[in-house]
Design a protein. Structure first.
Length: 74
């Protein structure tokens, strides 16, 4: 499956008065890559489905903390 969090380096202007954010991230949900429901997908148990919020492991997307940033090592 594709990586669900992707990173990119935005343009940093030398005239920007704020400290730059050198690496930004965005999330790509798994349902973008599954155009239709294939037959015989593996399923979570009912308890796990309630815990993860979906019946199918391929559609599970964990929530990450937005406070943690990957900083570029200069």
């Amino acid at each position: 499956m594709n990586e669900q969090v992707r990173y990119y380096k935005p343009f940093v202007s030398p005239l920007d008065p704020c400290p730059p954010i050198r690496i930004k991230s965005y999330s790509t949900p798994p349902q973008l890559f599954i155009p239709f429901q294939p037959p015989n997908l593996p399923q979570f148990t009912p308890f796990e489905a309630l815990k993860y919020g979906t019946l199918w492991p391929q559609l599970y997307s964990p929530y990450g903390s937005k406070n943690v940033r990957a900083e570029e090592g200069d």
